[in-house]
Design a protein around this ligand. Sequence first.
Ligand SMILES: CCCCCCCC/C=C\CCCCCCCC(=O)SCCNC(=O)CCNC(=O)[C@H](O)C(C)(C)COP(=O)(O)OP(=O)(O)OC[C@H]1O[C@@H](n2cnc3c(N)ncnc32)[C@H](O)[C@@H]1OP(=O)(O)O
Length: 216
Amino acid sequence: MFYYGGMTPDLASAGNAEARQAALATLGGQTRELIDAVVLTDVPEDEITAVTAELAALTGRLRTLQRTAPQSFEAGPDGVPRHPGNAVIGSANPHALPLIVESTPERTVRAELAFRPSHEGPPGWVHGGVSAMILDHLLGHAAAVAGSPGMTGTLSVRYRRPVPYGEPLLATAEHTRSEGRKTWVEGRIALPDGTVLVEATGLFITPSGWGRSGPE
Ligand SMILES: CCCCCCCC/C=C\CCCCCCCC(=O)SCCNC(=O)CCNC(=O)[C@H](O)C(C)(C)COP(=O)(O)OP(=O)(O)OC[C@H]1O[C@@H](n2cnc3c(N)ncnc32)[C@H](O)[C@@H]1OP(=O)(O)O
């Protein structure tokens, strides 16, 4: 991490760190609103130009103090793992939905989600790569809660029906089997009535050198 102007890491107490985390999550959420406003705006060109200039100034303010990489995987204050900079679940990453993944006592995982207009692929529907990204993460989470965290080796996706944005959906996944460092997982994105829209199977591989809870 880069520090400027005499700032040192020990200035941030644990309490301040959580307040800062909450502020970053709020910034992430506001930026998601901005992204949707950008893809949906119909304001006149001079207004677009004016807003762009304001955004350039705001971007410059954030860039006065920069990390070298997004915030990494860590345990939150409640002990629950979180990854604020992650592209799928990161509260501080505007690219993320963010997906909030819950695990069940049976070690399956589920996440309620709604895609946004900025996820459009074919007109009116969600981009297939975005659905695959969500499933990749959810399947990886299912492998992890089954005790076999790993990297995606292969991901096979079957698109059964177009995926809408702006509507509540449910994504679920579960571990099916493991052999050594290889773990197979299945998952799907469905309508609330259970109609499956996209389903995926994945092979996750625990790299040699990883423990059972992830990279060491
Ligand atoms: C108790 C826990 C509590 C948990 C709490 C939950 C919290 C949630 C936590 C966390 C959730 C996170 C969820 C993340 C989800 C997202 C994941 C991603 O997006 S990952 C990015 C995309 N994937 C890559 O970038 C991989 C790039 N590739 C690699 O790094 C390597 O190739 C890797 C690790 C996949 C394999 O490397 P090697 O060196 O370990 O593998 P070798 O030793 O060569 O092979 C081992 C066996 O695997 C097969 N294999 C290797 N790669 C394969 C592949 N791509 N497809 C199929 N088989 C493959 C080989 O044929 C071999 O099989 P034979 O033992 O001979 O039977």
